[in-house]
Design a protein around this ligand. Structure first.
Ligand code: KMH
Ligand code: ZN
Length: 271
């Protein structure tokens, strides 16, 4: 089986220090967390940043500083978020693409997101995909609902995204697809041959879906963006603790963990 790519989503846009005091917020805290996760075996970071009050922001300078700090510590693949937070404008969300990270997230459809709506109409998706293509940034196709796979295939038809595609199935968001294994199998069977995929299970779905991906040959995303608990009612001490658990289970299953450069080869990134 292919080596395992572990992505860590260290802070996201929604979780607060009140939810888990171990949440990294500043560029320095985020960098330290990313580095600790890298040491445990993470080869990619899905990156959001926060402003000085801890609110989600797509501010280019905060992204720039955070990316510089991370790059000064390790060679982990940096995948910035273009999802940002519910309610941000498309221009706000796309702003950090000017930093030309290796990868960026690209959600391929609109979905209810808790009490809000994560708004991704066709013109927004196509515009983001075109910018990524022009800047040589590989998209991670974020799938919150099965129909988003078909939307991604339309982008391929229009020449806006180049196969092989890399998908991330975000499962268990209230408003999106469930976190059941049955639904994961359906999503995996619905993507084109030659694609790579990872799964980000939300909350209690994180661990079972990670284990399923390990067995099915997929890749895994963990981190406070998706889940702040280690076990039922017990807060995780750090993102690294969540990464370490996946590495441990992978080893038990005989699945080797990819370094960032090995992950670059698997994902067809020009390193
Ligand atoms: N914060 C969510 C509304 C992404 O990063 O691309 C969207 C999100 C997806 O986190
Ligand atoms: Zn995100």
């Amino acid at each position: 089986m292919e080596k395992l790519i572990i992505t860590v989503a260290v802070c996201g846009a929604e979780v607060t220090k009140k939810d888990n005091p171990n949440l990294p917020i500043t560029p320095e805290e985020i960098t330290q967390d990313v580095y600790n996760c890298y040491l445990q075996g993470a080869s990619m970071v899905h990156l959001h940043v926060r402003d000085q009050d801890g609110n989600p922001t797509q501010n280019v300078e905060i992204f720039r500083r955070t990316i510089e700090l991370i790059k000064s510590r390790c060679n982990i693949i940096i995948q910035i978020s273009t999802g940002g937070a519910v309610g941000m404008t498309p221009e706000e969300r796309a702003a950090p693409l000017v930093l030309r990270p290796e990868m960026a997230s690209l959600t391929c459809g609109t979905v209810n997101f808790g009490t809000g709506v994560f708004w991704n109409p066709p013109d927004l998706i196509e515009n983001f995909a075109l910018r990524m293509k022009e800047m040589g940034i590989k998209p991670e196709i974020e799938v919150f609902e099965a129909g988003m796979i078909n939307n991604a295939l339309q982008l391929v038809k229009k020449g806006l995204v180049q196969p092989p595609l890399h998908f991330d199935f975000v499962m268990g968001v209230p408003g999106g697809i469930t976190g059941n294994i049955r639904d994961l199998v359906y999503l995996v069977e619905s993507i084109p041959p030659g694609s790579t995929w990872s799964v980000a299970g939300i909350g209690r779905f994180e661990l079972p879906l990670a284990v399923a991906a390990l067995i099915m040959g997929g890749h895994v995303r963990v981190g406070f963006e998706d889940n702040i608990f280690y076990s039922r009612g017990v807060l995780a001490q750090s993102n690294a603790q969540l990464v370490e658990r996946v590495v441990r289970i992978a080893r038990e299953l005989g699945r080797e963990v990819a370094t960032p450069d090995e992950a670059r080869k698997i994902l067809n990134l020009h390193a």
